[in-house]
Design a protein around this ligand. Structure first.
Ligand code: GDP
Ligand code: MN
Length: 380
């Protein structure tokens, strides 16, 4: 799970890591009030979207007057950055930057530990630094049993600074950030840039954090930050109903039993040059309620041109599935074609039940997928 910059900064701050003063706003009037409240000549107006590169996209501006604040706030609030509409902005104290650094903690799966990365080339994309000047990134794997005691934190801090005052500030930041990472089951904390101000203080000017979804059950405070996108919302709904659902970008809605068959279905759709809109594994049950629910979910998605139902009847009986589909159809009246392929236990009975309906019945997977792809192209 990702969180916004302002949320990450509040977390950093609660661990004693310095961040600049900031106020979250939803419109230009609030921004103006925030400007007055901060009572500073210069402030930054920053788009709050869960994407990097906001500066490059024009979502970060330096405002030097009340007029600037109004103008930038309203223009940024109309922006869409990397497909994400900006609905909130941060009005924050403008920092006098002397230099920018990169600092992150993330999981190094290969070494089964947390890895700290630090670079003197902050403010730019770290991928670029990694590609062209990898020697400028200092990496330290942190032994989970040792953690980050001050002797290690100091060694890291000396990579950037000689000045003992800055080394001490850096040690504090490193230790607190590692503690935050561990306590909150984070999977990434990235501060880019960590800034040395002209007043010789270290401050986190940007912050990106993600958390391990599998640990959210024990992180109530973090769950509170959740702001799922429309797609994530759908995935959560599906999960609550016991489905395995992944949102994809195509136009063929899929309903399949079993993850393996679902993968094979995706592959075959691609093979015939179609594009799946989702991965949906409805699991082993042929309970008509479950099939209706799955159908409902798919029909909510207005990108779909066709629905492909691909069922392998093992314990699941194909005639049960067919009955479920008929019930779902009665309730929902799908306005797009539904192609059904049933195979396995009671497949003849299942197909016979569907033949009198408006479902398109196919015998083999290949046939069903070819029909579905053709339908999606036709509706194109
Ligand atoms: P990103 O583009 O999404 O990574 O957003 P950042 O918050 O990292 O801002 C991008 C860049 O804007 C930073 O690297 C800084 O160079 C600049 N910037 C951000 N905040 C300030 C500030 O308070 N003062 C000054 N002078 N520059 C800032
Ligand atoms: Mn940044």
């Amino acid at each position: 799970m990702k969180i916004h910059e302002y949320q990450a900064k509040n977390l950093l701050s609660s661990y004693g890591i310095p961040v600049e003063q900031h106020i979250l706003c939803q419109n230009a009037d609030e921004a103006l009030l925030a400007y007055e409240e901060l009572n500073m000549k210069k402030v930054m107006i920053k788009a709050q979207v869960q994407a990097g590169g906001r500066g490059k996209a024009g979502g970060i501006k330096l405002a030097k007057s009340a007029d600037d604040v109004m103008n930038y706030a309203s223009s940024i609030l109309q922006m869409t950055i990397k497909g994400l509409p900006v609905t909130k902005i941060l009005v924050s104290e403008a920092i006098n930057i002397e230099s920018e650094f990169y600092l992150s903690f993330s999981i190094d799966r290969k070494n089964r530990s947390v890895i700290m990365m630090l670079s003197s080339e902050g403010g730019v994309e770290i991928e670029e630094v990694a590609k062209y000047t990898p020697e400028n990134i200092y990496r330290v794997n942190i032994d989970p049993f040792v953690g980050l005691p001050s002797y290690i934190a100091r060694r890291i801090a000396f990579f950037l600074f000689d000045d003992m005052d800055l080394v001490n500030q850096m040690v504090q930041i490193l230790q607190k950030m590692y503690q935050l990472f561990i306590d909150q089951d984070a999977s990434l904390i990235e501060v880019n840039p960590l800034v040395l101000t002209e007043e010789r203080n270290l401050i986190a000017v940007d912050a990106k954090m993600t958390f391990d979804d599998c640990a959210l059950y024990r992180q109530e405070d973090i769950c509170f930050f959740s702001e799922p996108t429309e797609e994530e919302e759908m995935e959560l709904q599906a999960k609550a109903k016991g489905f395995n659902y992944v949102h994809l970008t195509g136009d063929i809605g899929c309903m399949v039993n079993g993850a393996g068959l679902a993968m094979a279905t995706m592959d075959m759709i691609k093979l015939y040059e179609g594009s799946p809109a989702n991965f949906l594994d409805i699991g082993g049950s042929s309970n008509p309620k479950k099939i209706t629910e799955a159908m409902k979910m798919l029909l909510q998605d207005d990108r779909l041109k066709v629905i492909l139902v691909n069922i392998f009847g093992g314990i699941t009986r194909c005639d049960d599935v067919a009955n479920g589909l008929l019930k779902a159809y009665e309730l929902l009246h799908a306005d797009i074609p539904v192609v059904v392929r049933l195979t396995g236990t009671n497949e003849e009975e299942g197909r016979a039940l569907l033949r009198t309906s408006s479902f398109i019945v196919a015998e083999t997977m290949k046939e069903a997928i070819k029909i579905a792809v053709n339908q999606s192209i036709k509706a194109g």
